[in-house]
Design a binder for this molecule. Structure first.
Ligand code: XMP
Length: 517
């Protein structure tokens, strides 16, 4: 993405990522930037196409920072949202007052006679979340939208390309938010559209092209991100890309089938390393979740590194880069919530391969690092990947190792593999797979009494967990049809020997996490 994209200056709004997504959805490239990073770049003369000042938790009465650099070039288009509008108001000497009551949630606003946006009715519903507000618009600014309770909802400069919105056009609850953002970008800032699926693909390919003639290694999981990254990179690198897949013995039948399908149906160079026995042996007797994660993570690196060295020697090649499917939320997670986190965002290495690049002295290649998950899926489709591949549910690196609670034994792993397979088959049967974020089975470390045939049974318990989510950060348990749950439960107790009881997890996140360990 070019440095000249629209910059979303992050003042710590909970909606900053959404602004970026909405701006892209209306066809303009946009990146999130901290205040300090924006200050540094602008003072060195790098300017974006336009600035969007996000909302934030602070008040202009508390945050007395000097943000005049944002307004130094009067030709630079600026849209302020919520706190961002109050900064504009304050800089241009309007009057911001401390809120006593504020407006939170849906509010009706109307366009004044000073404003007309094609397709917008006179009254619209928007999402407000503020207590301070602008009492008077600055000189040479017009009030272009008003709440029905008389507060200023939007202002626009009469002679500069500057606009402010008290409400949040980026959230779904705001009607016509995209039209309002597009109005700013195209009518006020006079920008041409520059973001599309095709442009996204070209940008990502250009990134891979910088590798030149070198040979690239990918720690391949078969998940959406590594698959899209590898498919994309292979377009440029051809057989100079090697995808190493580690079978840690903690995979589900569907994962092995998936890898097999990818080996058969794509042109990727996929090398499978079967280390199942090594992992299961190292995990024997360990019941602490954190210890299990550490063992699995460290062993992954060890096995991977060993295989890579052997491969380099045998083939007489040298890997220069590690390809990773890092996404934009991982990159911006490291920006401080108040937008003052540091000079630049440090990129968080993927938790499953953390440590690899430093140890192996590999340069990172992360062509998806500006993209959100839905954009990666869309890119995957553009690259010709199957729908079921790009809409696979996430699966954690430590796999079944953290889904058998307590000690991991081959027998318990098999219980989870079999019950998970049943869950997977029935989700497809009932056409529910695509409607949920993740579905899993967990083996609980308790035995319970039951009856099987005419005999008393004292056997293990499987918990089924199915959740809906947008990004895995929060999640709701899925309220699925009784018929489906009944079928899953019947099949698990009938078909998986050793299991007499199935329970359904009805905990949302927070407080529960998606995984149990
Ligand atoms: P939690 O359990 O924290 O999980 O609510 C949120 C999402 O992250 C996945 N997860 C992991 N993914 N390595 C991964 O690649 C891990 O160690 C790991 N732990 C949790 C989890 O499956 C869910 O999608």
């Amino acid at each position: 993405m070019s440095e000249q994209a629209v910059w979303i200056v992050d003042f710590g709004s909970q909606y900053t990522q959404l602004i970026t997504k909405k701006i892209r959805e209306v066809g303009h490239s946009s990146v999130i930037i901290t205040v300090e990073n924006a200050r540094e770049k602008m003072e060195q003369g790098t300017l974006p196409q336009a600035l969007i000042l996000s909302g934030g938790p602070q008040s202009v009465f508390v945050d007395q920072g000097d943000y005049s650099f944002l307004f130094a070039d009067p030709k630079l288009p600026i849209l302020g949202i919520c706190f961002g509008m109050q900064l504009i108001g304050q800089y241009y000497s309007g009057k911001v007052v401390r809120g006593t009551m504020g407006e939170y949630g849906p509010a009706k606003i109307k366009l004044t006679s000073q404003m007309s946006i094609p397709g917008l009715p006179a009254n619209i519903q928007v999402w407000m979340s503020h207590s301070d507000h602008l009492l008077h618009a600055p000189e040479n600014f017009s009030v272009v939208m008003e709440s029905l309770n008389g507060l200023i909802a939007a202002i626009k400069s009469d002679d500069l390309p500057i606009m402010g919105l008290q409400f949040h056009p980026e959230v779904e609850h705001s009607d016509h938010g995209k039209e309002i953002l597009a109005y700013f970008l195209e009518e006020v800032a006079n920008l041409k559209k520059d973001w599309s699926r095709k442009a996204m693909l070209e940008d990502a390919l250009a990134e891979v092209g910088q590798v030149g003639e070198e040979v690239v290694l990918c720690a391949f999981s078969g998940g959406v991100d590594s698959l899209v990254a590898a498919t994309l990179a292979a377009r440029i690198l051809k057989d100079r890309l090697y995808c190493f897949f580690v079978n840690n013995g903690l995979l589900r039948p569907q994962d092995l089938d998936h890898i097999e399908a990818l080996i058969k149906e794509t042109n990727l160079n996929i090398e499978v390393i079967d280390a199942s026995q090594t992992f299961l042996t190292k995990l024997a007797g360990v019941d602490d979740p954190e210890k299990k994660r550490k063992i699995i993570g460290n062993l992954f690196i060890e096995v991977f590194e060993q295989k890579v060295h052997q491969f380099e020697q045998e083939r007489n090649i040298h890997f220069s880069h590690l390809l990773q499917g890092t996404l934009y939320p991982d990159v911006i997670e490291s920006i401080s919530p108040h937008g003052k986190g540091g000079k630049s965002a440090t990129i968080k290495s993927h938790h499953n391969v953390g440590g690899l690049p430093e140890r192996m002295k590999l340069k990172l290649l992360e062509p998806l690092r500006f993209l959100f998950k839905d954009e990666v899926r869309s890119l995957g489709r553009e690259l010709g990947l199957r729908h079921s591949w790009v809409y696979r549910h996430p699966f954690p690196g430590p796999g079944i190792g953290i889904r058998v609670l307590g000690r991991v034994t081959p027998e318990y792993v098999a219980y989870v593999q079999q019950s998970d397979q049943i869950l997977f088959e029935e989700l497809h049967h009932f056409n529910l797979y695509d409607s949920v974020w993740q579905a899993l089975t967990v083996m609980l470390p308790v035995k319970t009494v039951g009856v099987k045939g005419d005999a008393r049974a004292y056997e293990e318990v499987i918990c089924v967990r199915i959740v809906g989510s947008v990004d895995g950060m929060t999640a709701d348990w899925s309220d699925l049809p009784k018929l489906f749950l009944k079928k899953v439960s019947n099949r698990i107790t009938n078909e998986v020997k050793g299991i007499t009881r199935v329970v359904y997890d009805i905990t949302s996140k927070p407080p529960g996490t998606i995984e149990w360990e």
